[in-house]
Design a binder for this molecule. Structure first.
Ligand SMILES: Nc1nc2c(ncn2[C@@H]2O[C@H](COP(=O)(O)OP(=O)(O)OP(=O)(O)O)[C@@H](O)[C@H]2O)c(=O)[nH]1
Ligand SMILES: [Mg+2]
Length: 465
């Protein structure tokens, strides 16, 4: 925390501008050694929260023409002195300016280190730090909106209100322990029980929002499976509204899995086109088929595509179905622009056979070629996610497994406390359980945090954030 860190904060690649960020006690003096305006002003003489035109130099060499902004502590992202240098957005200028900053005394920041400092300096709590990462990674407006709400402290405030209530109850219990002569009255005892139960219900409801929250944050993964030539790649293209995957009339066209993101009514969906499953002709195809099988296993939902122009399911179709044990499956009868001969009922029966080992989420008849029925498929995907708890609801959502786990642990500790009270166990034990519950809640916002938890959270960040 004592040194000054530096990193390229914009994505690597070509862009109009790229930003190098410095944070720490030496940020301004390091910038001072590198920066000069055309009139000879240096960084140290710039006002806080101003942006100034000038040059970054290394000795006599001009490295880039830049805009430099200074944000003095504590009014900055990290609460430390921060300097941001807007360079030209190419790899070479950014690299050279970063090298110059390091030569002048900065240390290369590790992933998430700027946000870690913002947390350690008390500007944001852990849920807000995590939200920074989520906003960067958000793939739909809805996911960004949930992350933004978390960043602005929505979840923190909710948890803080719950903590305050719990602290209140704790104080009551402690009071009875300290003054045992004032016997705990029955009504007060019941009051505490009621309050604890209400709190527990609130926390359970919050924990229950995780399924929806997780989909918004992480997206849903959907594999397109089927025997060769049924139109899997055509379906991917149709969902993406562009020719992403190669489509040919030759069975066995797709060899490798292809992953893309699409937005289905606000849910980010990672969609994976796979190689048609059959006994492969050559090594490359057989590796591809293995990848298809792995993609099916990893997916939340599998779309099994059937060729609607065939009379009945073939042995190859059945072998694909058999790969989807314990999966949620949507059946697709494709090529509906031609005469559909395959019956809905046959498909449904095959999927429900033999022991309902999979969740059958319906059949959609469509044409990947003309796009007819694609909206029905999107609706089916959306409905499918609703079944696992994805209902559009107002309010705070839990999007992060770490938060859900801590909330569930809090609920367990409260259950223990409630049982102790009901059994008239010694109040000390109840108090202990309540403290445990409070500690679990504190883990979420970071008021109680072990170092290893911090490391785990910030390692998911990109460098420069
Ligand atoms: N008429 C019609 N033809 C289609 C439709 N969808 C795909 N096809 C045709 O079916 C053939 C195979 O399409 P692909 O999308 O490559 O099929 P695939 O399932 O990805 O095949 P593999 O990658 O070999 O497993 C191509 O000739 C497509 O033009 C459709 O909806 N209607
Ligand atoms: Mg294909």
């Amino acid at each position: 925390m004592d040194d000054t860190i530096a990193a390229i904060s914009t994505p690597l690649g070509e862009g109009g501008i790229g930003i190098i960020r410095l944070s720490g006690k030496e940020a301004v003096s390091i910038a001072n050694r590198m920066f000069v305006t055309p009139t000879g002003k240096t960084a140290a003489r710039l006002a806080s929260h101003s942006i100034t035109y000038g040059y970054i130099k290394d000795g006599q060499d001009i490295l880039d023409e830049v805009l430099l902004s200074v944000m003095l502590a504590p009014n900055s992202f990290t609460k430390e002195d921060v300097v941001e240098i807007n360079c030209h957005g190419g790899l070479i200028p950014l690299r050279r300016v970063l090298d110059a900053a390091i030569k002048n005394g900065a240390r290369l920041a590790s992933p998430g280190e700027f946000t870690l400092r913002a947390f350690l300096n008390g500007r944001i709590d852990l849920t807000q730090a995590e939200a920074v990462c989520d906003i960067i990674q958000a793939r739909t407006q809805e996911s960004a909106a949930v992350a933004l709400q978390q960043l602005s402290g929505g979840l923190s405030q909710r948890l803080s209100a719950i903590s305050q209530e719990l602290i209140g109850i704790c104080a009551h219990v402690e009071a009875y322990i300290d003054f045992p002569e004032e016997d705990i009255e029955l009504s007060t005892h019941d009051d505490i029980l009621n309050q604890l139960q209400t709190l527990q219900d609130t926390l359970k409801t919050l924990s229950g929002t995780y399924d929806r929250g997780r989909f918004l944050r992480e997206g849903l993964s959907i594999a397109i499976a089927g025997k060769p030539n049924v139109g899997k790649s055509s379906l991917l293209n149709s969902l993406m509204e562009r020719d992403r995957a190669i489509v040919t009339p030759t069975p066995g066209t797709t060899r490798d899995t292809i992953e893309e993101y699409i937005n289905v009514k606000g849910i980010p969906v990672r969609i994976i086109d796979t190689a048609g499953i059959r006994t492969a002709d050559d090594l490359a195809e057989s590796v591809g088929v293995n990848r298809s099988i792995m993609a099916i296993e990893a997916a939340n939902i599998v779309l099994i595509v059937f060729d609607g122009t065939q009379h009945s399911l073939t042995h190859e179709d059945t072998s694909v179905i058999n790969r989807t044990t314990n999966k949620t499956v949507i059946a697709i009868i494709n090529k509906a622009d031609q005469k559909v001969l395959l019956s809905d009922k046959d498909v449904k029966d095959a999927l429900l056979h033999p022991l309902k080992e999979r969740v059958y989420a319906g059949t959609v008849t469509l044409s990947a070629k003309t796009g007819q029925g694609i909206e029905d498929l999107k609706q089916a995907i959306f409905d499918c996610t609703m079944k696992v708890g994805f209902e559009p609801k107002e309010g705070i959502l839990i999007t992060n497994l770490r938060h859900k786990t801590a909330i569930d642990n809090t609920v367990s500790a409260l259950t223990q406390a409630i049982n102790c009270l009901k059994d008239s166990a010694p109040l000390e034990i109840t108090a202990l359980e309540l403290t445990t519950a409070l500690n679990y809640l504190g883990e979420i916002t970071g008021t109680v945090t072990a170092n290893d938890i911090l490391n785990k959270i910030f390692e998911d960040f990109c460098i420069g954030k």
